[in-house]
Design a binder for this molecule. Structure first.
Ligand code: CP
Length: 310
């Protein structure tokens, strides 16, 4: 008998709207009734491969496996043998000793190589092009906050990056109105196909008028202006200073939100004084810690789905 082809989560475009809606509801159910899922992944092992640093992605996936009766192994790129050989050879091996892989890779192409070698599901734990797990937790957070996703007004201010590409896909699937205030994007960074889909559904607004964009928003969202791996790199200081000067008017702060009822979101890690003022992190309108906490329930839903454990 031919073995079942594994399902992967590389980006949301491979998933139907219906599947995504059900995933949000499942994540909510898991959050409300965690004990109902406590043995669903018994005897299952997740291998997590990190080429880049992480706090939330690593912790939430590891805790998710523990809380559902399974086990997670952390593999740091530099202390594993990934760098010594072809990526697909290493993932081919890993997929024979574990049931599911999650990888945080610098380059999307390398994530695809990892998937190519694997006979088990592969989850994108953030690459230069997409951050699908983050975007699912973001949608779960909005769903919990207002009881439904359709019609929610989300404004993102910042660099058009991997998180934005994933938000664009999910907003299209979940009928969330997205306003993008993105004065900057790396060449080739924008997922044009996902943008076209959102535009076709009349769910996308693009503007550089930050005040107008937040005035009617339910949620405002920002992310780092500098790629995480470059934030403290002395060779990138000139680029960092130029970028800060360009992005400064788009900071989420009390002045920008003076006439807005929007709640504040950020995927973390936070760079206070840059993309968000320190005061807004702890402001009563901030829901960013709930957003970060929700990574756990989103990861659980993804794991259960890909492992066909529900
Ligand atoms: N938002 C996010 O992915 O956090 P980490 O980089 O800490 O995993």
């Amino acid at each position: 008998m031919t073995p079942l082809q594994p399902r992967h989560l590389i980006n949301w475009q491979d998933w139907s709207d219906n599947e995504i809606q059900r995933l949000v509801l499942l994540a909510q159910e898991i959050k409300e009734n965690p004990n109902d899922f406590s043995d669903k992944l018994a005897q299952k092992t997740l291998v997590m491969i990190f080429q880049k640093t992480s706090t939330r992605t690593r912790v939430s996936f590891e805790v998710a496996m523990t809380e559902m009766g399974g086990h997670a192994i952390f593999l740091d790129w530099n202390s594993s043998n990934f760098a010594l050989t072809e990526i697909s050879f290493e993932s081919a091996y890993l997929s024979r000793n574990s049931q599911i892989l999650m990888a945080r890779m610098m380059k999307h192409e390398d994530l695809l190589k990892l998937r190519q070698g694997s006979r088990v599901p592969v989850i994108n734990g953030c690459c230069d092009r997409y951050h699908p797990c983050q975007a699912l937790a973001d949608m779960l957070t909005i769903y919990q906050d207002r009881g439904k996703l359709e019609g929610a007004k989300l404004t993102y201010l910042g660099v058009h990056n991997n998180v934005v590409n994933s938000l664009v896909s999910l907003c299209a699937s979940l009928k969330v109105q997205l306003t993008l205030v993105c004065p900057l994007a790396r060449p080739g960074a924008v997922d044009e196909k996902a943008m076209t889909r959102l535009k076709t559904k009349n769910l996308l607004t693009q503007t550089l008028d930050a005040k107008a964009a937040v005035a009617d928003a339910d949620y405002v969202y920002t992310d780092t202006w500098i790629d995480m791996e470059f934030f403290n790199d002395p060779d990138k200081q000139t680029m960092k200073e130029e970028r800060i000067a360009l992005m400064r008017p788009y900071q989420i702060n009390a002045e920008l939100l003076a006439h807005s009822r929007a709640k504040v979101m950020h995927d973390m890690p936070i760079h206070p004084g840059f993309e968000i003022s320190h005061e807004m992190v702890e402001d009563p309108r901030s829901i960013l810690y709930t957003q970060a906490e929700n990574r756990l329930y989103a990861q659980k839903a993804i794991l259960l789905n890909l492992l066909r454990a529900i």
